[in-house]
Design a protein around this ligand. Structure first.
Ligand code: CTP
Length: 227
């Protein structure tokens, strides 16, 4: 029997996608350029490979793929709570979201009107969701993304180690046509065993399909070599 004849195990993946919005007042917020396309493509690819998917998404302009359970959130704190509440029930956490690292310390209640002079805002740190999941002692597969300006490999490997990840997809966001906000992506996929492979440049859907095959292999490998 060759590999393609072997029935594939069905996994449960928790996928995060899109940006977060950090309120300044009732109508204004900080956010970033994430379109959600990479995370949504990943969710779709997981479903196409026969897996169960819950997608936790920040606000985006695209439709969620058919066949996934969707949880809509806005802020990093909401995304963090949504992940921590659910993650134990999943074989893999795929953290594709571009989570804001900071939020305004004191969002103004209602709409803030102009006052004479400058408006100085203080930002406070948001929790790092991957580190919070690590703190829970989560045993499933953890995939992170790293968006870097220039060659992302060195910083990507560092993030993989600092956040105790199993896989990290690192991409260069210095080119407008690739990565954050773009249709295509090109990633270096690094693993906890020291391996690394280039995927793309290609449409995010194509990159996602290839990525899911690596996720399946990594879950098998983790079962043989637990953390
Ligand atoms: N991430 C997270 N929680 C945050 C910020 C990021 O879980 N508060 C996750 C992202 O979803 C991604 C990974 O961490 O999978 C790396 O995100 P990135 O923003 O590149 O990393 P940071 O640790 O925020 O590093 P930097 O200082 O370069 O922004």
């Amino acid at each position: 029997m060759n590999r393609s004849d072997t029935p594939r195990p069905r996994h449960r993946f928790l996928v995060t996608a899109g940006p977060t919005r950090e309120p300044v007042d009732a109508i204004r917020f900080f956010t970033n350029r994430s379109s959600g396309r990479m995370g949504y493509s990943l969710a779709r690819a997981c479903v196409e490979r026969g897996h169960d998917v819950t997608l936790i998404t920040g606000p985006v302009a695209i439709k969620p793929p058919v066949g996934v359970e969707v949880v809509f959130v806005e802020t990093a704190l909401e995304m963090c709570a949504a992940v921590l509440d659910r993650v134990e029930g999943y074989n893999g956490l795929l953290m594709c979201a571009a989570v804001a690292d900071y939020r305004p310390a004191e969002p103004h209640p209602g709409k803030r009107s102009k006052t004479p002079g400058d408006w100085i805002l203080r930002l406070v740190r948001n929790p790092d969701i991957l580190l919070e999941v690590d703190r829970l002692g989560y045993k499933g597969l953890r995939l992170g993304f790293a968006a870097e300006f220039g060659d992302p490999r060195e910083r990507g490997r560092q993030k993989l180690e600092e956040k105790h990840l199993d896989l990290l997809a690192a991409n260069d966001i210095s080119r407008d046509e690739l990565g954050m906000g773009a249709i295509q992506n090109a990633i270096w996929l690094m693993d906890r065993w020291g391996g690394s492979v280039a995927i793309g440049p290609a449409d995010k859907g194509v990159v996602a399909m290839e990525l899911v095959e690596h996720l399946e292999d990594a879950i098998l490998r983790l079962a043989q070599d637990p953390k």
